[in-house]
Design a protein around this ligand. Structure first.
Ligand code: JEH
Length: 259
């Protein structure tokens, strides 16, 4: 997979060299290029922002540097000499934005199948809307939000997205079994994990996990998932009438739910 990132803070992405994805890059599975937006300015001060039309606080990123940066990365349209032809659909251009659709595991899976992603990291109050409109007319553009909180720019969001997408590319994560397991998950929170020692600071590993009874262990883990999800993420639970996911009639969770 080819990944291009445009940012006024290209140094920010240095950590990608040392994380899990660093190995994937060395193995040639991910080809990542970071571009400095200021390289596409022409004035003495490498200006990338200006005051907002219509007034308001803060600054907005000017469209011209973005246009030039993206033109230099995206395949030229109608240019027979553009080099290696881009695959069907061309790259997906992603702008992190507090006004975007929320990034999810499903979106990560979708994007992991793309051969070319381009991330445009805004700063200040964001990017002139015409940049999005112009490139949306030329190809696939998505505004994506990491979640409902306000960041200072797109960089941290792009790091999170690349980590989530990158580990789904075949060969990037050490153990593909864990990915198969994940893809079969039902969207509940995970069960708690334990390792040795069996007793630590007076806290014991739940005895069922030491029992060797694989059926009992699977049932216990399932109940833990359901109880945890009910407590902190009830929005993830399927409709109340899905019998499969109801705790057994006599369980703590069912009694708690009844009050
Ligand atoms: C933030 C890209 C580029 C700061 C404030 C405002 C919110 C009400 N999950 C995420 N949060 N923030 C970003 C993001 C993602 N992905 C993000 C960015 C940029 C992504 C510049 N900024 C900073 C920034 C304006 N406020 C947004 N509003 C609904 C809470 C109030 C206005 C825009 C951009």
């Amino acid at each position: 997979m080819r990944i291009d990132i445009i940012s006024i803070f290209p140094e920010f992405f240095g950590v990608l060299d040392i994380s899990l994805l660093g190995r994937a890059r060395q193995a040639g599975l991910i080809d990542l290029d970071v571009h400095n937006l200021r390289d596409f300015t022409h004035d003495r001060h490498n200006t990338v922002d200006d005051t907002p039309y219509g007034g308001g606080a803060g600054m907005v990123m000017k469209p011209e540097p973005w246009g030039e940066a993206l033109d230099s990365i995206l395949p030229a349209i109608g240019d027979a000499d553009a080099g290696t032809p881009e695959p069907a659909g061309g790259p997906v251009l992603i702008f992190p934005s507090p006004a975007g659709e929320q990034f999810t595991q499903a979106m990560a899976r979708e994007l992991a199948n793309e051969p070319h992603l381009v991330f445009g990291c805004g700063r200040y109050e964001g990017i002139d809307q015409r940049v999005v409109d112009h490139f949306a007319a030329r190809g696939r553009v998505r505004l994506v939000s990491l979640g409902d909180y306000v960041l200072n720019g797109g960089e941290v969001a792009v790091m999170a997205m690349i980590e989530a997408i990158g580990r789904l590319i075949p060969g990037v994560v050490g153990n593909p079994e864990s990915l198969v397991e994940e893809s079969h998950e039902d969207g509940l929170l995970e069960y708690p994990s334990y390792t040795k020692p069996a007793s630590w600071r007076g806290l014991e590993v739940p005895p069922v996990l030491l029992s060797g009874n694989h059926g009992a262990i699977a049932t216990w883990r399932r109940q833990q998932q359901i109880e945890r999800t009910r407590l902190v993420r009830p929005d993830l639970l399927p409709a109340e009438d899905d019998a499969d996911l109801q705790p057994p009639a006599n369980s703590k969770a069912r009694r708690a739910a009844r009050g």
